[in-house]
Every structure is written in structure tokens, then in C-alpha cells.
Design a protein around this ligand. Structure first.
Ligand code: NAD
Ligand code: ISE
Length: 337
């Protein structure tokens, strides 16, 4: 059986996921597309045999030829489409963020709980990265003892001019927030944000880099150095320090060359290069689960929790204070992180 996927939002990542669904993965095809920029959607549809063009996301979701939906439009538009998918009983893969406010995420969680089954998967693709998975395996095996703290770096080479300091937290570090919850099977209890010396490459009034300190409820501390003007490449690092040893993300998936007393390897250009395989694995898992009549992966609760922690991070950034995170009761539908 082939899963007919409708895509809402055909910008940068939407087109990358369309390529993935069309040329790389098995069991799905892109059956429908739409975008608020209809000309862009038409151009994309023209390259997809048999794909229909829709005037709006709502029209696409209602289309009988669409079995499941991929939402890759701008963050503030996600809520409307995810809620419409839940109302239509269609499985939906929503790129991060699930929604941009706590209230919007709560409405999605409430709608899914009322539907009585999971219909939403959120695109936190790091959970599917082989290097992060190996790290989690080492932590959960117990072989290196109980975890105490985690160091993480999330360095972007550059960002578009519309990027702000807030986005270092809710657009970039949101991935590290999800990793922390998933790595330690735990919730985040409080957030503090520190501002190191500002990079001379940062635009005026822009705090970059930031250090985001996450306190897990277990007491584990996670420090995330996040920046968006690193220039030299896209550099994602991590180390978990445990009682009997440590585990680090391996530095490179490619070859390390040693020559003339030096060694070198490639630094990825961007998140597309660094996480290409993780995106493939994530989507194949979604296709397989949806085809089997269920869903998988990061849930609406995970999307809700990440947004609530980001909100605390923004409050910590503007106030300079330690901000507690109050999530509320996790519904039974979402038993595991
Ligand atoms: P983009 O600006 O390149 O593309 C977004 C597209 O959505 C545009 O074509 C825009 O016209 C369209 N759009 C906007 N409002 C719409 C609406 N109401 N209905 C239909 N289409 C609409 O942005 P992008 O970089 O592709 O990011 C899209 C989403 O993917 C964002 O939520 C972003 O955070 C997420 N993202 C995730 C990752 C990741 O690593 N998982 C990486 C990049 C982007
Ligand atoms: C982008 O939107 C992503 O989600 C990338 O994974 C992240 O590394 C980058 O900082 C974001 O801007």
C-alpha cells in the first residue's frame, strides 16, 4: 500500500521532505501540495506526477485523496492545520515547533486526548540520529553509572536577517530541550539563560551566543551553548558525564584524515547535511507506523513540553532570573517521553 501524503508549506524544509518522500523512502508518495504562496506550490506540484494543487491547507486536509498530512509551513500556522487534521481523523507529521504558544499546544493536546488516539508526530529528528541514539544507549545501559550532567553545543554558521536572540532559544535550542527530555526520560524543572561576551558578528542588539541551563527534575544539569554566527560550519556537540564514565557524540560521520602531523575531518555546512540520515529514518518510521494504522515518535505532549520550556527560556533571557517550568499533568495518552 502507498501512503498518499499531502504537504502544507513547500519552502526549504517542505521541499527537502518532498524529495525524501519521493526519491529516498519507500511506501509513500506526495499526492497533494499547497502553500500560501500558490505560485511556489504550483511549481512544486508540476514536478510531482499526479499530485494535486490545493488553494488552502484546509482544502488539502479535507481532500479524499490525502491519507496523511505533512505540515512544513511557518510555526505560527501549525496549530490551525494540526487541529484540522485531528478533527478529520488524519495522521499528521508536524515540523517543529508543534505550535508557538503554550496555549496553542495545549489546545492540540486537548483535541488529541478528546479524539482518544495519537494522530500527531512532531519533527524532533535528533531522536533518530545514529550518534544521539548511541549516546542514549550508553546512558540507559547503566554501564557508565548514573548521569550527572550534560554539555551540549548547538552552533549555526549564520542565520537570515529576520533571526532574533529569542529564536536562538525557540528555533534552535528547542532541539536540545527535546534531546534533554528524551535522553534522560525526564522533564525539565527550571531554565536559566546566561549571556557570554557578545560575538562581534552578531547584529546590533542581538545576544549571541547564549548559554541555556536546563535543570532536570532528577537534578541532572544540562548546559547548552547555542549560537548562530559560528561561521566555520554547523557544529553539534554533546557529552553526558556519568558517575563511572562519560559518553560523547562522535565528532564526525565521515573520514578523519591524518597527514603531515595533523588530522582533519569535515564540519557539516548546515542541519540538512548533519541530520540528513536522521530525517530519513524519522520519516520512514512515520510512514511505516501510519501505514500500520498508528503513529510513533515525538508526541503532541513532547511538542507542548518543548514550547513551555522555550517560554521559560525566553522569560529567563529577558529577566536574567531562574524560571521554573510548570507543565501540569501529563495525560494518560502520553505515557512515555
Ligand atoms: P520556509 O520559510 O523556507 O518555508 C515555509 C513555507 O510555508 C513557505 O513556502 C511559506 O510560503 C509557507 N507558508 C507560510 N504560511 C503558510 C500558511 N498559512 N499556509 C500554507 N503555507 C504557508 O521555512 P522552513 O525553513 O522550510 O521552515 C518551515 C518549518 O520547518 C518551521 O516550523 C521550522 O521551524 C521547521 N524547520 C525544522 C527544521 C529541523 O531541523 N527539524 C529545520 C528547518 C526548519
Ligand atoms: C532550524 O530551524 C532547525 O530546526 C535546525 O535543526 C537548527 O539547528 C537551526 O538552528 C534552526 O534554525
Amino acid at each position: 500500500m502507498t501512503l498518499n501524503v499531502g504537504v502544507i508549506g513547500v519552502g526549504m524544509i517542505g521541499q527537502d521532505h518532498i524529495r525524501r518522500l519521493t526519491d529516498v523512502l519507500s511506501g509513500a508518495r506526495v499526492a497533494a501540495v499547497t502553500d500560501v504562496d500558490l505560485d511556489r506550490a504550483r511549481t512544486v506540484a508540476d514536478d510531482l506526477p499526479g499530485a494535486t494543487l490545493h488553494p488552502s491547507g484546509q482544502d488539502l486536509i479535507a481532500a479524499p485523496g490525502v491519507d496523511a498530512v505533512l505540515v512544513t509551513s511557518w510555526g505560527p500556522t501549525h496549530e490551525e492545520y494540526v487541529l484540522a487534521c485531528i478533527a478529520a481523523g488524519k495522521q499528521v507529521f508536524c515540523e517543529k515547533p508543534l505550535a508557538t504558544t503554550r496555549e496553542a499546544c495545549q489546545r492540540i493536546v486537548d483535541a488529541e486526548v478528546a479524539a482518544g488516539r495519537r494522530l500527531v508526530m512532531v519533527g524532533f529528528m535528533r531522536r533518530y540520529d545514529a550518534r544521539y541514539r548511541a549516546m542514549k544507549e550508553a546512558v540507559t545501559s547503566g554501564d557508565i553509572g548514573a548521569p550527572l550532567l550534560m554539555h551540549a553545543s548547538h552552533r549555526n554558521p549564520s542565520v537570515p536577517s529576520f533571526f532574533t536572540s529569542d529564536m536562538i532559544i525557540n528555533d534552535s535550542a528547542v532541539h536540545d530541550i527535546d534531546v534533554a527530555r528524551w535522553m534522560f526520560d525526564d522533564e525539565i524543572a527550571a531554565v536559566t539563560v546566561l549571556k557570554p561576551r557578545v560575538s562581534s558578528k552578531a547584529a546590533a542588539g542581538f545576544d549571541d551566543p547564549l548559554v541555556v541551563l536546563l535543570e532536570m527534575t532528577s537534578g541532572v544539569l544540562v548546559d547548552v551553548e547555542a549560537s548562530v554566527n559560528a561561521a566555520y560550519g554547523y557544529d553539534i556537540r554533546g557529552e553526558v558525564v556519568c558517575e563511572d564514565g562519560t559518553v560523547e557524540l562522535s565528532e564526525s560521520a565521515g573520514a578523519i584524515v591524518k597527514r603531515a602531523g595533523h588530522f582533519s575531518g569535515r564540519v557539516p555546512a548546515d542541519w540538512r547535511e548533519r541530520f540528513a540520515r536522521a530525517f530519513d529514518t524519522e520519516f520512514q518510521a512515520w510512514i511505516d507506523a501510519v501505514t500500520a494504522g498508528t503513529t510513533t515518535g515525538p508526541s503532541a505532549w513532547d511538542g507542548y513540553a518543548a514550547t513551555v520550556v522555550c517560554d521559560a527560556g525566553l522569560a529567563a533571557l529577558s529577566s536574567g532570573q531562574r524560571i521554573p517550568v510548570v507543565l501540569g499533568e501529563r495525560p494518560d495518552l502520553y505515557k512515555e517521553i
